[in-house]
Design a protein around this ligand. Structure first.
Ligand code: SAH
Length: 279
């Protein structure tokens, strides 16, 4: 138990807890303790059953999950539910995939709690980019080569086009970790090349990072749309772009690396070229 021990989760408090990328072993010990202590857990769609099983007998589990295009609850409604439960004296855990502070809407939830006088705190988690790099056996930064890491979302608001600063993103010394970028893979590839990033810039796609059905694909920027279309399924996926991913596809990674290979797959939409972890 941490130094803060039992005294950091009184009734009427909200903890925004990072559940990590999926593998329950990537939960922090603090997250596990908070989940076990909660009387009510509001959780995302991406939080798996093994993590939810940690909740105490009798604790209420409330899915408020969001998957792309399928919002089950509006953010304002989630904010209201958290505040209401805390004011009723519950010990509230808001369980989010990865790290709550990274594309997790935690600012809105913190603001709503504070406005209502509800104590609120964040327990960090392992973000998807870290898990994806681990799965690839890659480092997200490289001394002298990849000096900066950019976490960016390629998810546009409904009805809006992607409004990203492509010129800044197209930095050959950066590693880009693109969250929610699957649907925008073509645009990402096209815009980054138009902004000057070479067509052969290394790219890795990782779906279901840290989970048993993790898929890893190594490719290059010009082939990114093809790789995303042919190689990814319906799970959450991260696009990683930059020299740091240039270690090449290891033997346990599907490679879509050459134009000749690409031509084999073009026109083969839906054909599986996936790689899965050995069991
Ligand atoms: N707070 C989360 C990110 C939420 S946004 C975090 O820190 O990881 C949701 C996006 O995260 C997904 O669309 C996907 O791009 C990425 N993601 C989440 N879990 C993932 C996983 N296990 N594997 C690959 N990408 C994942």
């Amino acid at each position: 138990m941490s130094i803060a021990g039992k005294h950091d989760f009184p009734a009427g408090m909200v903890w925004l807890v990072g559940a990590g990328p999926g593998d329950p072993e990537l939960l922090t010990r603090k997250a596990e303790r908070l989940i076990r202590t909660a009387s009510i857990v509001f959780h995302d769609a991406l939080v798996g059953p093994e993590v939810l099983e940690l909740a105490a007998q009798g604790a209420r589990l409330v899915p408020v999950g969001k998957r792309s295009g399928r919002h089950s609850k509006a953010q304002g409604e989630i904010d209201r539910l958290l505040v209401e439960a805390a004011l009723q004296g519950e010990r509230v855990v808001r369980l989010k995939g990865g790290d709550p502070s990274i594309f997790g809407r935690s600012a809105e939830e913190m603001t709503a709690c504070r406005a209502a006088g509800v104590p609120v705190a964040i327990c960090p988690g392992v973000t998807a980019a870290s898990a994806a790099a681990a799965g690839l056996g890659a480092s997200l930064t490289l001394r002298g080569l990849a000096r900066k890491l950019v976490l960016v979302t390629a998810h546009a608001r409904a009805g809006e086009t992607l409004d990203l600063d492509w010129q800044t993103l197209a930095d050959p010394q950066a590693t880009l970790a693109i969250y929610m970028g699957k649907a925008a893979a073509s645009e990402v590839s096209r815009e980054l090349m138009a902004a000057g990033l070479p067509a052969d810039t290394p790219v890795a796609l990782v779906e279901n990072a840290s989970l048993p059905d993790e898929r890893r694909i190594g490719t290059r920027l010009d082939l990114l749309p093809l790789a995303a279309k042919a190689g990814l399924g319906s799970g959450p996926a991260l696009l990683l772009i930059g020299a740091a991913l240039g270690g090449g596809c290891t033997s346990d990674c599907q490679s879509i690396a050459a134009a000749e290979t690409a031509s084999k797959y073009s026109g083969a939409a839906g054909q599986s070229v996936e790689w899965r972890n050995p069991v």
